[in-house]
Design a protein around this ligand. Structure first.
Ligand code: F0G
Length: 486
């Protein structure tokens, strides 16, 4: 039913794909990968270019020669007429077709694109919670206010554990399972730990979480507990937690699942495919992403770069990264050192997800911004809170860290860096319920200090919708509607 055109020039690989899409007897998940993932990936050091095989990476995923991070690379894709180079037209067709497939793996918005992440020996080892396939929403109110017609939100908070981390976790957890690890671990500002704990227990693995004491949102902590992680709250910030965990994994056989793990980024590149597919493979002009440890912006950059190199799309979108003003090391690095070096900062922001002063993937993120002609800027606490309330008023909601995207877009628009004719996609990274305390404090007027809201008071009050205590009579309830018409 789905035989032409060929997906790969390589006959062996092609045969496997035909079996995947049902031309032959439908395969079990266990035999999907033979030939397809074999030797297709290796790791390349982002700093010195050294190449190693995936199984040879050190436990902290740092290059033995220069200490930089690795990227997954697929050597067969480099040769224009090489047998392992995927066929763009056939892949687009297959990926869309899989949305109606009965095969479990096809229901994942990550593994639906598995030809572009051949990282497993067997796709039967994939640990999936049916992540991805997240909605792309139009933002009509913000679009009108900003004078941009084509403004969308890719809501990664609509993933199984409520954040974008799930797309990366399914990939890296599958590698952990395939390589026989018993324990996995991460340092986290909350979402990685929630996601890791969920995928670990699905995989039958045990998980260790290191989090900064008192600095993560309750919704996220509750998830790690519920999914059964060993959760340690440390008197350290995120950067301190990650440093400590690096020492631990270098001593004990525990698989590190922070975004320094290059397989995380392989999963996290797939929303780029979904975005391109949603626009019928015409990429938007501009993608705006929050920046914390900078894995996500790096991964999305890789996704668009690979699609471009393989001829799936004609160009890359501009990729802009937005940080909180109190946690802006990449903004400073680009402004002061042209992105060539980065000085860690002591991070402070109520957007706790991005309270990171020494981001691991800063070089990769700097490349994504620079090669696409995007920008990197920071936004204040008031700007984040206002933007978050505006996204709530669209009927979507998101967690504070995600709202930096809209706050950043407003600045870019005010500075004339984005034209009204451009198509813009904001990447919303976390669900609104992750940090309900922040939202309630905003609406009660207890979130921001007077200094922080100075000059924006009227705007803030116009967005606040505090709950009211009302007598239990129709008249009292109807009276509460007064002043809210329109
Ligand atoms: N948005 C949310 C909701 C996040 O949880 C994070 C990171 C980011 C944005 C930033 O993404 O690190 O790839 O630049 N959260 C991590 C965690 C650090 O531990 O959950 P990044």
């Amino acid at each position: 039913m789905c035989i032409n055109p060929p997906l790969y020039r390589n006959k062996k690989t092609q045969t496997v794909i035909l079996r995947i899409c049902g031309a032959a007897k439908p395969p079990s998940a266990g035999n999907l990968s033979a030939g397809m993932s074999e030797n297709l990936h290796q790791l390349r050091c982002f700093g010195c270019g050294a190449r190693i095989s995936g199984v040879d990476a050190s436990p902290d995923f740092r290059c033995a020669d220069c200490g930089d991070l690795f990227e997954v690379e697929y050597p067969g894709w480099g040769e224009r007429k090489g047998p392992d180079r995927p066929n763009p037209g056939a892949l687009k067709w297959l990926w869309r077709e899989r949305r109606c497939s009965a095969e479990g793996l096809d229901h994942s918005g990550v593994w639906r694109f598995r030809e572009l992440l051949p990282i497993l020996e067997s796709f039967g080892n994939a640990v999936t919670l049916r992540e991805g396939n997240t909605p792309l929403y139009h933002l009509p109110r913000a679009a009108r206010r900003l004078g941009i017609d084509q403004l969308y939100a890719k809501h990664q908070g609509m993933n199984p554990t409520g954040s974008f981390k799930d797309t990366g976790m399914t990939a890296a957890m599958s590698v952990a399972k395939e390589r026989g690890f018993e324990w996995v671990a991460c340092a986290s500002t909350g979402n990685t730990s929630a996601s890791m704990a969920a995928y670990a227990t699905r995989a039958g693995l045990k998980s260790l979480v290191l989090i900064p004491d008192g600095k993560i949102a309750w919704g996220k902590l509750s998830q790690a507990m519920d999914y059964g992680a060993v959760t340690c709250q440390l008197k350290a910030d995120f950067d301190g937690c990650l440093t400590l965990l690096t020492e631990i994994v270098n001593e004990a056989p525990i698989y590190l699942l922070n975004s320094v793990n290059p397989y995380r980024l392989e999963g996290q590149k797939t929303p780029a495919f979904e975005i391109a597919e949603a626009f019928d493979w015409n990429v938007p002009d501009h993608l705006i992403v929050p920046g914390g440890n900078l894995g996500n912006s790096s991964a999305l950059g890789k996704g668009f770069r690979e699609m471009h190199e393989l001829g799936l799309v004609a160009r890359m979108p501009k990729i802009s990264v937005i940080q909180a003003a109190g946690a802006n090391p990449l903004v400073r690095s680009l402004a002061e050192h042209g992105g060539k070096s980065l000085e860690p900062v002591e991070a402070h922001t109520r957007a706790t997800a991005i309270r990171i002063g020494n981001p691991a993937s800063w070089r990769k993120a700097a490349r994504a911004i620079q090669e696409t002609g995007g920008w990197c800027l920071d936004v204040t606490e008031a700007e984040i809170a206002i933007a978050k309330a505006e996204i709530g008023a669209e009927g979507l909601g998101c967690e504070p860290a995600s709202a930096v995207t809209l706050a950043g877009l407003k600045k870019l628009r005010a500075e004339g860096k984005i034209a009204s004719s451009e198509t813009v996609v904001l990447v919303l990274t976390g669900h609104s319920l992750k940090d309900a305390d922040y939202t309630i404090d905003f609406h009660r007027g207890t979130l921001l200090t007077a200094d922080e809201s100075a000059g924006r008071e009227a705007e803030i009050v116009s967005l606040q919708r505090n709950a009211q205590v009302v007598e239990a009579t129709p008249a009292a309830v109807l009276a509460a509607l007064k002043g809210r018409a329109g």
